[in-house]
Design a protein around this ligand. Structure first.
Ligand code: ZN
Length: 338
C-alpha cells in the first residue's frame, strides 16, 4: 500500500502569524500563543486526514522557523550576539545567533505541542527536527573547535529530544538536512554519521529530509546555477544507504534530479516529493501520479511514500490545502495503477 505524508511545514493561518513569510512574527500575545498554535495544528491535522494523508505533521505551527524553533530553548546560545552568516554555502545571508558556550537542553522543547497533536491524530504522527549539520549551518560557532564538534554536541541534544517525543507516541522522527545538498562532501564525511548519533537508540521510524530548499527567491536563483542535471545527492547517498536512518525524503516534482540516483538508496523507504512547493500552481492528481510512476522505475513501489518536495510554509493557505488534496488523490491513482 502506497502511503502518503508531507515534508513538514505548512502555512500558518493569518491570525497566527504573517502569511507567506518565513520567520514571520507571531500575531497573538504570548499568553494565548500555545492555544493558538494548537488550534492551527488541529486545523492542519484535519485537512491532512481529509486529503488522505496517512502520516501527518503538525505543520510546524508551534515554531517560527524549523531550526530556530529548536534552538530558542537551548542554553549556550547568545541571541543578542547576532552574526551575519552566508548560509547553505553562501547561498544567502541570514542574521543568526551565536554559540558562546557548551550547548545544553534545559528541558523539553517540543513535547507539549507533540503530545497535544498525537492525542488528536487518528493515524500516524510525524515530528520534524532540524538535523545537526543544518543547525550548524544556521548558527554561528563562537565556541567549538570545529563544525563537526558543534554538530556532535547538537546531535546529543536532538537525541534527548527525539527520545522524549518517541515516548509521547510520535510514530516517525524526521531530521531535516537541507545542508547536505550544499555540503555534499562533508555530508558523506561526517554529516551522515553525526545524523545517526541524533537518531541513536530510537525505536520509532526515522527519516531524513534532504531538499533543495523552500521556494524562496534565493533558492530559485541558486537552482538556476546547478545546470540541467542535479547530481548532488549522488555524493552522499552511498553513506546514507549504509546508515541506520530508515526513510529518505527527496525532491522529485519538477526537479532536475535524475531519478536513477534513487537507485543508490536500495535499502531505504523513499519519500518521493511529488508536489512542487516553489509554485502556487496546484498539481493535478495525474501529474502527482506521473511523478510517482517515474520514481517507481528506480524504487520498488512498496518502498515509495508519496510526499511533498519540501515544506509548504511560504505558500498561501488555500494553495497548500489544494496541494494536499492533489497529493492524496494522486497517490490513490498511483495505487490503482499498480
Ligand atoms: Zn525542505
Amino acid at each position: 500500500m502506497i502511503r502518503t505524508t508531507v515534508a513538514g511545514s505548512l502555512p500558518k493561518p493569518a491570525w497566527l502569524a504573517e502569511p507567506e513569510k518565513l520567520w514571520a512574527p507571531w500575531r497573538i500575545p504570548d499568553d494565548l500563543l500555545f492555544e493558538g498554535q494548537s488550534d492551527a495544528a488541529l486545523a492542519w491535522i484535519k485537512c491532512q486526514e481529509d486529503a488522505g494523508i496517512d502520516i501527518v505533521s503538525d505543520g510546524e505551527q508551534f515554531r517560527k522557523h524549523f531550526v530556530h524553533g529548536f534552538l530558542e530553548k537551548i542554553e549556550g546560545i547568545d541571541w543578542n550576539k547576532m552574526t551575519t552568516m552566508g548560509i547553505r554555502n553562501d547561498r544567502y545571508d541570514a542574521q543568526v545567533p551565536t554559540v558562546v558556550a557548551e550547548v545544553k537542553r534545559t528541558g523539553s522543547v517540543h513535547g507539549a505541542g507533540a503530545k497535544f497533536c498525537k492525542e488528536h491524530t487518528n493515524g500516524q504522527y510525524k515530528f520534524t527536527l532540524p538535523g545537526p549539520m543544518t543547525i550548524c549551518d544556521t548558527i554561528a560557532n563562537g565556541y567549538y573547535d570545529t563544525r563537526p564538534d558543534m554538530a556532535r554536541a547538537f546531535a546529543r541534544l536532538l537525541n534527548e529530544e527525539a527520545k522524549e517525543l518517541e515516548a509521547l507516541g510520535v510514530d516517525t522522527i524526521q531530521f531535516d538536512e537541507p545542508a547536505f545538498n550544499a555540503f555534499t562532501k562533508e555530508a558523506a564525511e561526517w554529516g551522515v554519521s553525526i545524523l545517526e548519533e541524533a537518531a541513536d537508540g530510537l525505536k520509532c521510524t526515522t527519516a531524513v529530509h534532504i531538499c533543495y530548499g523552500y521556494g524562496i527567491q534565493e533558492n530559485l536563483d541558486w537552482k538556476e546555477t546547478l545546470g540541467d542535471e542535479w547530481r548532488q545527492y549522488e555524493d552522499f547517498f552511498p553513506a546514507l544507504n549504509a546508515s541506520k536512518i530508515q526513510q529518505v525524503s527527496l525532491e522529485c516534482a519538477d526537479s532536475h534530479v535524475p531519478h536513477e540516483v534513487m537507485a543508490i538508496l536500495k535499502d531505504k523507504e523513499i519519500l518521493v516529493g511529488a508536489i512542487n512547493v516553489a509554485t502556487e500552481e496546484i498539481e493535478t492528481p495525474e501529474k502527482v501520479c506521473a511523478t510517482l510512476t517515474a520514481a517507481s522505475e528506480f524504487v520498488d513501489p512498496e518502498r515509495i511514500i508519496a510526499c511533498t518536495n519540501c515544506g509548504m510554509a511560504p505558500l498561501p493557505r488555500h494553495v497548500a490545502e489544494g496541494k494536499l488534496q492533489a497529493l492524496g488523490a494522486g497517490a490513490e491513482l498511483f495505487r490503482k495503477s499498480l
